[in-house]
Write a protein that binds this ligand. Structure first.
Ligand code: FAD
Ligand code: FES
Length: 280
């Protein structure tokens, strides 16, 4: 199977999207699942959320971050990835919740926001609000790539107020919770705000599912790298998650584990840049 890239576009200066042929993933995908990309034989396995599925193709939103995401950014339409594995993970229940809000502030969260709002909206009794926050107007994704078309109410927020509502999604959420308008919250993106969100929603007794992104090595439950503690019990984000009840997550441990491979990541990026600049 050739995992050919059929579309590649910039979302903003830091994020880009690709459509890639992956029929096995596309056929079985449920929002809340993720996939793993391997760009070249023996290459790093990088977990990615899936924004949407169309026929045999999946759409991925990718941040230019370290070695692999930057290397892939140099690929073009027509190039083929070595492997796309999935769908992986255990999605939260997709059902009637009532007033649902999905919050996101980072590339992976924006992809999940789109997929989940679209799916939850299939239940007539759900009223779906999507909140997407970006640092500033220049970071906002182009029309057609925001969640406005898959929800009942869409709120765009920028932290400096240069477009939409001023503030982070946490500010928007606080107002909604105070107004007593929310039955269920979902959120993905940056990890530290998810801890704050979990504390906030607990105060109002509103349940929240959060995507606890952890460093994944195999993403098939074998290495233990992605372990998280839920209500004191060890779980694996790649098998049992990555979405968990935010009120039960041991956030300090989840946050500290994210820095585990910083030195190795910097080394890999250094080698990649060296090669890019003509080094051997
Ligand atoms: C379930 C899940 C869904 C994700 N969805 C997306 C997405 O939709 N878009 C996106 O851009 N990124 C997503 N990520 C993060 C993505 O996997 C990393 O950005 C990617 O692996 C970076 O690789 P790199 O070589 O470019 O950078 P590196 O230099 O290797 O890493 C940069 C940073 O990315 C994170 N990271 C690196 N490797 C992994 C790994 N194996 N598992 C998890 N995090 C890692 C770490 O925070 C690390 O500090 C997701 C991660 C998980 C666990
Ligand atoms: S990534 Fe290895 S157990 Fe989850």
């Amino acid at each position: 199977m050739k995992h050919v890239i059929t579309r590649k576009e910039d979302l903003n200066a830091a994020d880009y999207l690709i459509d890639v042929v992956a029929p096995e993933v596309a056929k079985r995908f449920v929002p809340g699942n993720f996939c793993v990309l391997i760009t070249v034989p023996n290459g790093e396995r990088i977990p990615m959320s899936i924004q949407k599925v169309e026929d045999d193709k999946i759409t991925l939103y990718i941040k230019r971050l370290g070695k692999t995401s930057r290397e892939l950014d140099n690929w073009n339409v027509g190039d083929a990835l070595h492997a796309v594995i999935g769908p992986l993970g255990t999605p939260p229940p997709i059902k009637k919740y009532g007033n649902v809000v999905f919050l996101s502030d980072l590339v992976c969260g924006h992809a999940e926001n789109y997929a989940m709002c679209k799916e939850l909206g299939k239940y007539e009794m759900n009223h779906i609000t999507s909140v997407q926050s970006f640092p500033t107007a220049a970071d906002v994704y182009p029309d057609g790539e925001l969640c406005d078309t898959v929800c009942d109410k869409f709120i765009l927020a920028t932290e400096d107020g240069s477009r939409g509502v001023k503030g982070h999604y946490l500010d928007v959420m606080k107002e909604m919770l105070e107004a007593g308008e929310v039955d269920q919250v979902f959120a993905g993106g940056g990890i530290p705000p998810l801890e704050t969100l979990s504390i906030l929603t607990a105060k109002y007794n509103v349940p929240v599912y959060t995507t606890v992104r952890q460093i994944m090595v195999d993403a098939t439950g074998m290495c233990g790298s992605c372990r998280v503690f839920i209500d004191g019990e060890q779980k694996l984000a790649c098998i049992d998650g990555p979405m968990f009840d935010g009120h039960k997550v041991d956030w300090p441990s989840a946050i500290s584990r994210l820095g585990m491979f910083k030195a190795k990541e910097a080394e890999a990026l250094g080698c990649f840049n060296h090669k890019l600049n003509g080094g051997k």
